[in-house]
Design a protein around this ligand. Structure first.
Ligand SMILES: *[C@@H]1O[C@H](CO)[C@@H](O)[C@H](O)[C@H]1NC(C)=O
Ligand SMILES: *[C@@H]1O[C@H](CO)[C@@H](O)[C@H](O)[C@H]1NC(C)=O
Ligand SMILES: *[C@@H]1O[C@H](CO)[C@@H](O)[C@H](O)[C@H]1NC(C)=O
Ligand SMILES: *[C@@H]1O[C@H](CO)[C@@H](O)[C@H](O)[C@H]1NC(C)=O
Ligand SMILES: *[C@@H]1O[C@H](CO)[C@@H](O)[C@H](O)[C@H]1NC(C)=O
Ligand SMILES: *[C@@H]1O[C@H](CO)[C@@H](O)[C@H](O)[C@H]1NC(C)=O
Ligand SMILES: *[C@@H]1O[C@H](CO)[C@@H](O)[C@H](O)[C@H]1NC(C)=O
Ligand SMILES: *[C@@H]1O[C@H](CO)[C@@H](O)[C@H](O)[C@H]1NC(C)=O
Ligand SMILES: *[C@@H]1O[C@H](CO)[C@@H](O)[C@H](O)[C@H]1NC(C)=O
Ligand SMILES: *[C@@H]1O[C@H](CO)[C@@H](O)[C@H](O)[C@H]1NC(C)=O
Ligand SMILES: *[C@@H]1O[C@H](CO)[C@@H](O)[C@H](O)[C@H]1NC(C)=O
Length: 768
C-alpha cells in the first residue's frame, strides 16, 4: 500500500494559508491559554467534561473533511477537541477522510467523472452513486470537496478543497484526539478491501484515539490486534429500526443488550433521540439510556448536533440550550457530543454549563425584549411578557397602538391582521385602505374598540416560514391575551428583576390628524395612572419612549422627563456630526439595526461601521435590533450561533443593549463565565468583521454593493406634530386623502430598494 507523497511546496502554501486564517479570523492575537475546564462535578462516566468531537472538522461552515474544516477546529474550540474522520477506502486501498462511501453528495465527482456512476448492494440495498471503491487515490486528485447540506453556504464550494488521506490529516494537523469512524466495513470486505489491514498499518504512524463502527463484526475482527495502547472502541447505534448487519438484529433490540456491547466496546455513540425522544418535534422526558449505559460501564457519545438542524421546539432554535440539556440536566451528562459546530459545543461545555441560577452578570448591557419573548409566544401578549421577565430581560417593550375608543394597547403592528386572527373574525369587513399607512387594505387597530380587540386571538410571528419552513412553537401559536398599556405597566411594575419598560410610539402624526387620537397624551396619562409618574415617588422603573419620528420625542421631552430613544429604521453607514448634534437634543439613546453595525452582503459581514463609537462619544447609548435565535437570521460569520452574534455586538462593537425576540439567549450570555477571563477563549471572542469573506474563493465573492446611506440633519428634523383633530364619530378610518406629503424616509427607502434590485440584476448577470 502506498500513500501519495505530499509535495513540500504545497505544504508551505497550505500552511501559510492556515497561518493567515489564524491571524485574520480570530481577533485575539495573544496565545490562547489552555481553557480551564470547569471544576463542577460532571455526571459523565469518568467525571471529566464531555468530549467535543468535530465531525469532518468544522463541517457546519466549511466542506466536510476538508483540511480547512479540520484546521478551523483548533482555532475555534476547546484545545482537546477531537477530529472525526469518516474513513473510506479507495480502489487501491488508500484510506481517505470522506463523509460517505457514496461520493455524489459532498464532492463535485459528478462533474469530474460524469460517466462513472455505479450500482452496488450497500447493506443489502441496491444503491446507485459514485463509490470510493471505483476510484484510485490518483483518480480523486481532480475531485473537490463541497458542502453536503444545502442550507449551508455554497461560498466555499469553489475553494477546490482536495480529498485528504487519513495519514495527511493526522500528520498535518496533529489533532489533540483523532477519531476514525468505519461505517461500512462489511461492504469493503465484499469488495476485497480490508479496513482492518488499513487501520493496523496506519496505526503504526498515526495515533488513533477512538475507533467507531455500527458493525459488530468489525470489532470482533479487529479486537485484540491493536495491542494495549490501541484506540477506544465505540459501538455506533444507528436508528432503532435499522438492522445491524452482523447480528441481523435491529439496533433497537441491541439497546437491551448493553452487557454484550461492553464485551467488545468501551463506549457507544447514539442518535440524540435515544436520550431525548421527540414527539411532533417537542421533547419528551429523557430516557434512562445514559444512566443504563453508565451502569454497564459504557461511555455515551451522542451524535447529530448542528446549529442548523431542526431543533426541538423546547430549545427555541438555540443550539446551546440543546447541548446543555445533554450535558447539564441534573440527572446525567453524556460523555461526548459529535458536532458539526464544535465552537458552540465548546462554549456550552466551558462557558455555560453548571452556571446555576445565581451566576452573576459579567458584562453590562440591556436585554430589551422585542414584543416580549415573541420567539416563544404570540408577541405583546401576557405570556410573551411574562416569559421575557422570567428569561431575564432588563426591559420589556410595548409597541403602542390605539383602539378606536382611545385605549392604548400593545401590539407589534398597527395592522391587526399581522399578529391576530382579525381576518377570521366578524370584524373583517372593517378593513380599509389608508394611503398614509399602506397601499393595501388592512384591518387597522384604530378601526376597532378595545373591547372588540380583546376578543381577537393573537397569532405568533413566523418570520422564516415562507423561505425556510421554520415555525415557532406551534403549540402556543395562538396562546395568550392582548394587553392594554395599563395591563403592561402593571405587569412590569410587579417584577423585581425588570429595570424598566420601553414604549414605542409610531404613526402619531396620522393618528392625531386623521383619527383624532392623541397618542402622546394617552401614554403620559396611563403612565401617571399606573404609578410611573415623573415625580419619582412611585415606581423606580425606568421608562423609555421610542420613536422613529423626532417630532414625537420632542413632544415627550417637552411634557415629561422620561428617557427618549430615537430609532433609525434603515440600514445606514454613518450619521453626519450635525445630525448627531440634532439627535442629542431630543434623544437620550439611539436604536440602530444590526446591519448598521456590521453591514452584510450575501449573508457575510463586509466590515464594521464606527456608528456605535460615534454615538457613544456624545453619550448616546446604542441599542441594536433585532436579535433572533434562528440560524437563518445571522450572517455566516457568526457560525449559526445566536450567542456568537450577541458577543460580537456586545464585546466586539460595544453596544449598550440588544433588542431581542429571545431574551433568554442574551440574558444567559451575560452571565457566562468565559467573560470573566483575562484572555477569553476563542469561542468567546468577537469574530473579525469580513473575516470569512477573506477565505471565499474570488469566483464566489458576492458582488460589491452600493454603500449604505448616511443620515443627515434633514433626515432627522421633522415638522412639529399636527394638532389633534376632533374625533370622528365613526369607527372607520378617516377620509382618504391623496395630497399627504411623502415622509422623509420614503425616498431613502425607495433608493435602497432600487439599489438592492440593481444588485440582484448584477448577480443574475454574473451567473450567466
Ligand atoms: C448529504 O450528507 C448529509 C450529511 O453529511 C446528509 O444529511 C444529507 O442527507 C445527504 N444528502 C443526500 C442527498 O444524500
Ligand atoms: C475477491 O477475491 C476473491 C478471491 O481472490 C475473488 O474470487 C473475488 O472475485 C473477488 N471479489 C471482488 C468483488 O473483486
Ligand atoms: C434476518 O432476520 C430476518 C427476520 O428477523 C430473517 O427473515 C432473515 O432471513 C435474516 N437474515 C439473515 C441473513 O440471517
Ligand atoms: C446479547 O447478544 C448476544 C449476541 O447477539 C446473544 O448471544 C445474547 O443472547 C444476547 N443476550 C440477550 C440477553 O439478549
Ligand atoms: C417540551 O415542550 C412541551 C410543550 O411545551 C412540553 O409539554 C414538554 O414537557 C417539554 N419537554 C421537556 C422535556 O421539557
Ligand atoms: C442563590 O441565591 C439565593 C439568594 O441569594 C440563595 O438563597 C440561594 O441559596 C442561591 N442558590 C444557589 C444554588 O447558590
Ligand atoms: C360588518 O358586518 C356586520 C355583520 O357581520 C354588520 O353588522 C356591519 O354593519 C358590517 N360593517 C360594515 C362597515 O360593513
Ligand atoms: C401584581 O401583584 C399583586 C400582588 O402580588 C397582584 O395582586 C396583582 O394581580 C399583580 N398584577 C399583575 C398585573 O400581575
Ligand atoms: C407607521 O408605523 C410603522 C412602524 O410601526 C411604520 O413602518 C410606518 O411607516 C408608519 N406610517 C406612518 C405614516 O408613519
Ligand atoms: C454604552 O457603552 C459604552 C461602551 O461600552 C460605555 O462606555 C457607556 O458608558 C455605555 N453607556 C451607558 C449609558 O451605559
Ligand atoms: C413625523 O411626524 C411629522 C409630524 O410631526 C410628520 O409631518 C412627518 O411626516 C413624520 N415623518 C415620518 C417619516 O413619518
Amino acid at each position: 500500500m502506498t500513500y501519495m507523497q505530499v509535495n513540500p511546496a504545497m505544504v508551505w502554501l497550505r500552511a501559510s494559508k492556515f497561518l493567515l486564517l489564524a491571524l485574520i479570523l480570530i481577533q485575539l492575537l495573544a496565545t490562547q491559554l489552555a481553557a480551564q475546564r470547569s471544576k463542577s462535578p460532571w455526571q459523565t462516566l469518568s467525571g471529566d467534561a464531555p468530549l467535543i468531537i468535530a465531525r469532518g472538522g468544522f463541517s457546519g461552515l466549511l466542506p466536510d473533511s476538508s483540511l480547512d474544516a479540520y484546521s478551523f477546529v483548533s482555532m475555534t474550540s476547546v484545545p482537546d477537541a477531537v477530529l472525526w474522520c469518516d474513513v473510506q477506502l479507495t480502489k487501491d486501498g488508500v484510506g481517505i477522510c470522506f463523509p460517505d462511501v457514496k461520493m455524489m453528495n459532498a464532492s463535485n465527482i459528478q462533474v469530474a467523472y460524469p460517466d462513472r456512476k455505479n450500482s452496488y448492494l450497500l447493506n443489502g440495498v441496491p444503491t446507485q452513486d459514485w463509490f470510493t471503491i471505483d476510484f484510485t487515490f490518483k483518480d480523486l486528485k481532480t475531485v473537490f470537496l463541497m458542502r453536503g447540506i444545502l442550507s449551508r453556504s455554497d461560498a466555499f464550494d469553489n475553494n477546490q478543497y482536495a480529498i485528504s488521506t487519513v495519514q495527511n490529516i493526522a500528520t498535518r494537523l496533529k489533532p489533540a484526539g483523532f477519531w476514525l469512524n468505519v461505517q461500512h466495513d462489511a461492504f469493503y470486505a465484499q469488495h476485497n478491501l480490508s479496513m482492518s489491514s488499513f487501520l493496523l498499518t496506519v496505526s503504526k504512524t498515526v495515533f488513533i484515539d477512538y475507533l467507531s463502527s455500527p458493525e459488530v463484526n468489525f470489532f470482533r475482527n479487529i479486537g485484540g490486534r491493536f495491542g494495549k495502547n490501541g484506540p477506544k472502541f465505540v459501538f455506533r447505534f444507528l436508528e432503532k429500526d435499522d438492522i445491524e448487519v452482523s447480528t441481523n438484529q435491529t439496533y433497537g433490540s441491541l439497546i437491551g443488550n448493553l452487557t454484550f456491547i461492553k464485551t467488545f466496546a468501551s463506549g457507544v455513540l447514539v442518535p440524540k433521540s435515544y436520550i431525548w425522544p421527540l414527539e411532533s418535534k417537542y421533547l419528551r422526558p429523557h430516557t434512562s439510556f445514559v444512566q443504563d449505559a453508565h451502569k454497564a460501564g459504557l461511555e455515551v457519545y451522542a451524535s447529530g448536533f448542528a446549529n442548523d438542524f431542526d431543533l426541538a421546539y423546547n430549545y427555541s432554535f438555540d443550539p446551546l440550550a440543546e447541548y446543555l440539556s445533554f450535558m447539564d440536566n441534573g440527572d446525567f451528562s453524556v460523555d461526548g457530543v459529535l458536532s458539526d459546530f464544535p465552537l458552540t459545543a465548546s462554549s456550552a461545555v466551558d462557558c455555560f454549563s453548571h452556571l446555576g441560577t445565581n451566576a452573576s452578570t459579567q458584562v453590562d448591557f440591556l436585554v430589551i425584549s422585542k414584543n416580549g419573548a415573541s420567539g416563544d409566544y404570540p408577541g405583546c401578549t401576557d405570556l410573551a411578557y411574562s416569559k421575557a421577565i422570567k428569561d431575564g430581560a432588563d426591559i420589556i417593550d410595548c409597541s403602542l397602538q390605539m383602539s378606536s375608543d382611545g385605549v392604548p394597547f400593545c401590539l407589534s403592528s398597527i395592522d391587526l391582521g399581522e399578529s391576530t386572527n382579525a381576518f377570521q373574525s366578524p370584524f373583517r369587513n372593517r378593513s380599509a385602505t389608508v394611503p398614509e399607512l399602506d397601499t393595501l387594505s388592512k384591518l387597522y387597530s384604530f378601526s376597532l374598540a378595545w373591547s372588540e380587540i380583546q376578543t381577537l386571538t393573537p397569532a405568533i410571528t413566523n418570520p422564516y416560514n415562507k423561505d425556510y419552513n421554520l415555525f415557532r412553537n406551534p403549540r402556543e401559536r395562538s396562546s395568550g391575551k392582548l394587553v392594554s398599556l395599563s395591563d403592561f405597566l402593571n405587569l412590569a411594575k410587579n417584577s423585581t428583576s425588570l429595570a424598566g419598560v420601553l414604549i414605542s410610539v409610531e404613526n402619531a402624526s396620522y393618528l392625531r390628524e386623521k383619527q383624532g387620537l392623541d397618542v402622546i397624551k394617552a401614554v403620559l396619562d396611563t403612565l401617571t395612572e399606573s404609578g410611573y409618574g415623573n415625580a419619582k415617588t412611585t415606581t423606580t422603573k425606568k421608562v423609555m419612549i421610542q420613536s422613529t419620528n423626532s417630532s414625537v420625542l420632542v413632544d415627550f421631552k417637552k411634557q415629561s422627563r422620561y428617557e427618549t430613544v430615537y430609532k433609525v429604521e434603515e440600514t445606514i453607514r454613518d450619521i453626519l456630526d450635525s445630525a448627531i448634534e440634532d439627535i442629542k437634543k431630543f434623544a437620550d439613546a439611539v436604536v440602530i439595526k444590526k446591519t448598521s453595525v456590521f453591514p452584510t452582503s450575501e449573508s457575510f459581514t463586509t466590515g464594521q461601521t464606527n456608528l456605535v463609537a460615534r454615538l457613544q462619544k456624545v453619550q448616546l447609548p446604542v441599542y441594536v435590533e433585532v436579535f433572533r435565535n434562528e440560524f437563518v437570521s445571522q450572517p455566516w460569520d457568526f457560525f449559526s450561533d445566536a450567542t456568537v452574534e450577541i458577543n460580537s455586538h456586545v464585546s466586539g462593537a460595544g453596544i449598550n443593549g440588544t433588542i431581542t425576540e429571545f431574551p433568554l439567549t442574551a440574558a444567559r450570555y451575560k452571565r457566562n463565565r468565559c467573560l470573566t477571563r483575562k484572555d477569553p477563549p476563542t469561542y468567546m471572542i468577537p469574530v473579525l468583521p469580513a473575516g470569512l469573506l477573506s477565505i471565499v474563493s474570488p469566483t464566489s465573492l458576492p458582488p460589491a454593493e452600493a454603500p449604505n446611506p448616511v443620515i443627515t440633519e434633514a433626515d432627522v428634523t421633522e415638522p412639529p406634530l399636527p394638532p389633534v383633530t376632533a374625533r370622528s364619530p365613526t369607527t372607520s378610518p378617516g377620509p382618504l386623502s391623496t395630497d399627504e406629503k411623502s415622509p422623509n424616509g420614503q425616498t431613502r427607502v425607495a433608493l435602497s430598494l432600487l439599489l438592492s434590485a440593481f444588485a440582484t440584476v448584477l448577480v443574475s448577470l454574473l451567473l450567466l
